[in-house]
Design a protein around this ligand. Structure first.
Ligand SMILES: Cc1cc2nc3c(=O)[nH]c(=O)nc-3n(C[C@H](O)[C@H](O)[C@H](O)COP(=O)(O)OP(=O)(O)OC[C@H]3O[C@@H](n4cnc5c(N)ncnc54)[C@H](O)[C@@H]3O)c2cc1C
Length: 342
């Protein structure tokens, strides 16, 4: 197998890349392309422009491991724990729903360090600001067209972006998706929400007894976290960071509003939850149009194979569930489908 492209440098894409490298010996060239400027996808970690060590997880917050997946995905957990990439969540998160036997992990260096670990393991050439727009079949190869840059050819392509973004792709792929597959893909739905990161100067005190709190009494804010405290990396030299997630109804209602307006509204509501907060030195507001999967693809075992020769498949949490184990399941299913085809 000569040239392989994985589209999406989120958890599913980075895992697919690492698994492919480990398990497929005939792999010659492996590339991962992402339209964003950094890896992580919805497991992104933002940094303060004033201090790159002052960071905030703006998407996924912690990894919940159930007894079932502790066994099933043990090697994945063991590896990340052995590298110190995951640590037990020990700080209090008020209002968190815990089931018996579950345990929670955080990533001290930010949740995107999980993705960076897998990308490094994969040895892939990782290219950012590469937005794929078209996929065409040319002489038994995939010709992949991006917004800027010349088209490139690959023998095998795996798409890991949220399903609505797969459905936006143009070119031959439009006709390669069967009517039944299109219906399955169109049935995948996501919630929407905003995330706001606030970065503070070193020495700033945010005096609350918790590291995170689920809010049930505010129409705008669902979750607040003192992110560095949640990750147990409080230090006198690095300022604290705060993460705010909005409720889904707020996210949906303000989906097409400007980020500036939404940020202002979140600030106003935050004043009711944490009155008199100090002024942050920097802020970062993100819109998660496709936040968490509310309806995964029906009758679909973790991936969807769109074409066999050459191989084209899609994976991601849209085919399983929106969490760490959902992405592992999907990446393993992509690998299985691909190995069956080789
Ligand atoms: C606010 C929020 C909170 C969450 N909380 C948790 C949590 O606490 N615990 C948990 O386990 N999970 C949580 N999740 C879910 C978890 O983050 C996702 O399930 C997981 O990150 C999905 O990974 P993925 O690789 O499948 O998709 P993504 O992370 O979305 O990766 C897809 C990548 O594809 C790229 N892309 C899209 N279109 C194109 C294109 N045309 N060309 C090139 N690249 C493209 C995107 O830039 C992105 O990087 C949360 C998610 C959100 C948004």
């Amino acid at each position: 197998m000569a040239r392989v492209l994985i589209v999406g440098a989120g958890l599913t894409g980075s895992l697919c890349a690492a698994l492919l490298r480990k398990e497929v010996s005939s792999l010659r060239y492996l590339a991962v392309w992402d339209k964003a400027g950094d890896s992580g996808g919805r497991m992104t970690t933002a940094s303060s422009p004033h201090n790159p060590q002052c960071t905030a997880d703006l998407g996924a917050q912690y990894i919940t491991c159930t007894p079932h997946y502790a066994k099933k995905h043990q090697t994945f957990y063991d590896e990340l724990l052995a590298h110190g990439i995951l640590k037990l969540l020990t700080s209090p998160i008020e209002g968190m729903m815990m089931k018996e036997g579950d345990c929670n992990f955080v990533a001290p260096q930010g949740v995107s360090s999980i993705i960076k670990h897998y990308l490094k393991e994969s040895g892939a050439e990782v290219c950012f600001r590469q937005c794929v727009t078209q996929i065409n079949l040319r002489n038994d190869k995939w010709e992949v067209i991006r917004e800027t840059g010349s088209p490139e050819q690959f023998d095998l392509v795996v798409l890991t972006m949220p399903v609505p973004q797969i459905l936006q792709l143009q070119g031959d792929i439009v006709n390669l998706i069967s009517e039944y597959q299109r219906q399955q893909l169109e049935s995948v739905s996501y919630s929407s929400r905003y995330a706001l990161g606030l970065f503070y100067e070193a020495g700033t005190k945010i005096d609350v007894p918790w590291a995170g709190q689920y809010i049930t009494s505010n129409p705008c804010i669902r979750f607040v976290s003192i992110d560095n405290k949640k990750r147990n990396i409080e230090s006198s030299e690095i300022g604290p960071s705060l993460v705010i997630h909005t409720t889904v109804p707020f996210g949906v209602a303000y989906l097409e509003h400007s980020i500036e307006d939404v940020q202002e509204l979140i600030f106003q509501h935050l004043e009711n939850i944490l009155p008199g907060l100090p002024q942050p030195v920097a802020t970062k507001c993100l819109k998660w149009r496709h936040s968490q999967v509310t309806n995964a693809a029906a009758n679909c075992p973790g991936q969807m194979t769109l074409h066999l020769k050459p191989f084209l498949a899609c994976g991601g949490d849209g085919f399983t569930q929106s969490n760490f184990d959902g992405c592992i399941t999907s990446a393993l299913c992509v690998l299985e489908a691909l190995k069956n085809h080789l």
